[in-house]
Design a protein around this ligand. Structure first.
Ligand code: AMP
Ligand code: FE
Ligand code: FE
Ligand code: ZN
Length: 288
């Protein structure tokens, strides 16, 4: 069984529409896929239908952007939450609005030095109603011939240390964990040791997230260095957290390939048992 629980579509910063992600997942030999766009569930319906058509399982998910702590941007995966839960929805909407204002400001600053405009970013590089992020700005820089691809844009111009970088509102990690739980979702800490320096968020933040109801940690992810994975395995064992492995597929936006990391079926079972806000789609051969 091949299970990949972290992918992005044009609903956020992936490059393929939700249905195309599901078809690509089936073509890659995956049995179960989760769609986890940043701060949006707008792709669930199309993904569900395409997964059913392709005969693979679909787990509705989302990746909640949380406040940056100690210089590390915390991302929280949520599976099977109620997409209409008012508390969670309010936070997500607030963060999405803040992302829009922030992206416009970043483009204003960038436009002083590079030939890009806000209207070009939103018209040519952003899906309708999609959650905007630095990758869409990167795409405008690529189109303008400033950089070759998103990776180069992030390395040279869009890093958090860049003078063009502008922060935006996002919920506190522990608050996000609690809201996901309230919405019947299963909160899983995404790529917890992802950073160029291999640093992990402090034990205090981790403890607060666990206290708030964290259910799992994403360990097998290309951005988690091996040293950090060992620490995560110890934390998971100590607190009985479930562990996942995923690709974090973004289409052509990142080198990450579907199924490059996968999740054990028993871990998926734990997620399915815990989630109560939305239903997964499991074809007959996978029904439990
Ligand atoms: P933002 O949420 O707007 O601050 O941008 C962060 C997003 O950019 C994350 O969702 C990543 O998927 C994406 N990202 C980060 N680094 C890179 C990179 N080197 N190449 C492509 N996308 C990246
Ligand atoms: Fe992303
Ligand atoms: Fe992430
Ligand atoms: Zn992601």
């Amino acid at each position: 069984m091949m299970i990949d629980l972290h992918t992005h579509s044009t609903v956020s910063d992936g490059t393929e529409p939700p249905a195309a992600v599901m078809r690509a997942a089936a073509a890659a030999g995956l049995d179960v896929v989760a769609l986890t766009d940043h701060d949006s569930t707008a792709g669930w319906e199309a993904a569900h239908d395409a997964a059913a058509e392709a005969g693979i399982g679909f787990v509705p998910g989302m990746e909640v952007t949380c406040r940056t702590v100690e210089g590390i941007s915390v991302h929280l995966l949520s599976y099977l939450h109620d997409p209409a839960h008012p508390g969670l929805l309010a936070e997500i909407d607030k963060a999405r609005d803040a992302r829009m204002t922030r992206a416009e400001r970043m483009v204003e600053l960038l436009a002083e030095d590079f030939p890009i405009t806000w209207s070009e970013v939103t018209t040519n590089h952003l899906g309708h109603g999609a959650t905007i992020g630095r990758p869409h700005i990167a795409d405008a820089l690529v189109a303008a011939g400033v950089v070759a691809d998103r990776s180069e844009a992030f390395a040279q111009i869009l890093t958090a240390h860049s003078r063009y970088y502008v922060p935006h509102y996002a919920p506190d990690p522990a608050t996000a964990v609690a809201l996901v739980r309230e919405a019947g979702g299963v909160p899983v800490f995404a790529h917890p040791v992802a950073s160029s320096r291999g640093r992990i968020v402090g034990d205090v933040v981790f403890a607060q997230m666990i206290e708030a109801g964290l259910a799992g940690v994403e360990i097998d992810h290309r951005d988690n260095p091996e040293s950090g994975r060992q620490k995560l395995r110890r934390i998971a064992a100590r607190h009985d957290l479930l562990v996942t492995g995923s690709s974090d597929y973004h289409g052509t936006g990142k080198p990450n390939r579907l199924g490059e990391n996968t999740t054990d079926p028993e871990m998926l079972d734990r997620i399915l048992a815990l989630g109560s806000g939305a239903k997964p789609y499991l074809p007959g051969r996978l029904a439990r």
